[in-house]
Design a protein around this ligand. Structure first.
Ligand code: NAP
Length: 524
């Protein structure tokens, strides 16, 4: 099997450098070869995307919704080969990938439903008031329009739900933006299967050529060319701080700076209040599942546990040690991610101020690139003294920071960088005494959780998956849920236009289900 770059419907891809996918559990090459894209192919894909934008941006919501639903159907139609290939390429288990496929198709359907409903355009109508004194008010109507061609960098840790037809692609296509995916080199075969599904859906539903393309590359050149292309209007990325910031810098240095929505890592702190530990230390240790699931390779994995020293905390530590010891090692997504995990966790463990409080001894020696769960402990004073302890260690790792008292616990929270999530474990009758900590958590994170694990992100209407820097490059937006469409649009106001010349969404008589503002009064 040879997979070429998919550029529009008819473009004849070049046969450039080839690379192969790797089975991370064995280190062996997987069947199939992938042609890395050339710069001229990146340019061709972007030219086609820009051409498609002129048509696609004006296609009705109904037709775009049909396109998104058709992608979901085509993904399901691939059947078991999709899951089998994703398992081989990612090392993730069958059940996780079945769930991820469901999440991917549900996201597509969720955006289709949003298009049917229509309110995402945020139409606001100020009709004219000709006799207003001292000056008449002119008719002004505003709504969101798509920004233009979007480059989506597939993420390594969600080969489907944050990849080729993942949340970013679904939201961009729903908004009216053509998409070019830069496939993640860790799962090119999975990417190719899903890309074919999108192409079929685009053809079936009559979408313009260039509405979707995918380019493969096992290096940085194509990603850079796409971000720097003058017709690119938006970039989305999930991955390392280094990768995300390289793209942000590139985008800012263009003649026309463009937004890069980068999700770059978070340690997702969990604060344990004293009474919660006293009453249910052993139960709280069940968090071991959130720390270690799928080798801890989740953006919301809890990498930092913060508590005040006590006998109850010792009980929690003992229970956590027992639970973690029982966790099987698991294959990590790529040899690079595993090497990075071992380097970062090893560097921390080697520090004199750090001790290991829990470690798995169930290592599968028949496989390589195994993530072995470990939890370390450090005093708050030592944690505060060195920035390196605040870095994300991507994998089945967490660090317990032990404070002497509440004031020191607050100091630790104050020292943290922006986070996707922050969690507080408490009893309802003690929370009122810790208002200051709760306030700090709201300031720190995009999602604040009471008594629950941060992993298991609900894909819905109210979810916020994006927090202060460096967890994301722009905390005003979410990359999960219906609001994620806002990353791909900008507002335009129509001033003094006749009713019949306005877009349907802005016509006063249109029965579309959209909120409108008539003469400063909200009506449905
Ligand atoms: P990555 O460095 O995050 O890269 C992700 C994608 O961006 C890849 O397609 C990569 O291309 C591309 N890229 C990276 N730097 C680039 C640059 N300077 N110019 C152009 N393209 C660039 O790689 P990863 O292997 O997926 O993950 C590495 C680390 O990222 C992990 O160990 C972990 O620390 C972090 N990570 C975090 C999350 C999270 O959700 N918090 C998720 C995934 C990864 P190439 O692959 O071709 O280099």
């Amino acid at each position: 099997m040879e997979t070429r770059n998919l550029i529009g419907y008819n473009y004849q891809p070049e046969l450039g450098n080839k690379f192969k996918a790797v089975d991370p559990s064995l280190g062996t090459d997987l069947p199939g070869e992938f042609y890395a894209a050339s710069i001229s192919e990146a340019n061709a894909a972007m030219e086609l995307a820009d051409k498609a934008f002129a048509t696609y941006r004006n296609i009705s919501g109904e037709k775009k919704a049909a396109f998104l639903r058709s992608i979901a159907e085509e993904i399901i139609a691939i059947g078991p080969p999709l899951i089998e290939r994703a398992m081989l390429e990612s090392g993730l288990p069958d059940t996780r990938l079945q769930g991820e496929r469901g999440r991917t198709t549900n996201q597509l359907k969720m955006f289709a439903d949003l298009l049917d409903e229509g309110s995402w355009v945020e139409a606001i109508i100020d009709t004219a008031i000709p006799d207003r004194q001292p000056l008449p008010r002119i008719d002004i109507r505003k709504m969101m329009v798509p920004l233009g061609p979007c480059v989506v960098f597939g993420a390594s840790n969600f080969p489907m739900a944050f990849s080729v037809a993942g949340g970013d692609t679904a939201a961009a296509l729903a908004a009216g933006c053509p998409v070019i995916v830069k496939a993640h080199p860790a799962h090119p075969g999975t990417s190719a299967l899903v890309a074919e599904a999108i192409k079929k859906a685009a053809e079936k539903t009559g979408m313009p050529e260039g509405v979707f393309s995918i380019l493969y590359d096992d290096g940085y050149a194509i990603g850079e060319a796409l971000v720097k292309h003058p017709k690119t209007k938006i970039v989305t990325f999930t991955g390392s701080f280094k990768g995300g910031m390289a793209l942000v810098k590139m985008a800012r240095e263009r003649y026309e700076p463009i937004p890069v929505f980068a999700e770059m890592g978070s340690t997702n702190p969990i604060i344990f209040l004293p009474k919660a530990l006293e009453n249910r230390a052993e139960d709280l240790a069940k968090l071991s599942a959130s720390i270690t699931a799928n080798a801890g390779q989740f953006c919301t994995q809890p990498g930092l546990l913060i508590a005040i020293k006590s006998d109850a905390l010792d009980r929690f530590k003992n229970a956590l040690a027992i639970a973690i010891a029982d966790v099987n090692s698991a294959t990590m997504l790529t040899p690079g991610i595993c090497a990075n995990f071992n380097k970062l966790s090893g560097g921390i463990i080697a520090d004199d101020s750090v001790s290991i409080i829990a470690q798995s001894d169930k290592i599968d020696n028949s496989k390589i690139n195994q993530g072995v769960a470990v939890v370390t402990e450090i005093t708050a004073a030592a944690f505060l003294a060195d920035e390196k302890f605040k870095e994300e260690v991507f994998g089945p790792y967490s660090m317990l920071v032990v404070a002497d008292d509440v004031a020191q616990m607050e100091q630790v929270v104050d020292s943290l960088h922006g986070q996707l999530t922050a969690t507080i474990m408490t009893e309802s009758d003690e929370l009122a005494n810790y208002k200051s900590i709760t306030d700090k958590l709201v300031n720190l994170a995009g999602r604040v959780i009471l008594n629950g694990p941060p992993t298991g992100v609900e894909v819905g209407n109210a979810i916020q998956h994006g927090g202060p820097f460096p967890s994301t490059s722009d905390s005003r937006f979410t990359s999960v849920g219906i609001s994620s469409i806002k990353r791909f649009v900008r507002p335009v106001a129509w001033q003094n236009w006749n009713e019949e010349l306005l877009p349907d969404e802005l016509k006063t008589g249109n029965p579309l289900n959209i909120w409108r503002l008539f003469n400063n009064e909200w009506k449905k």
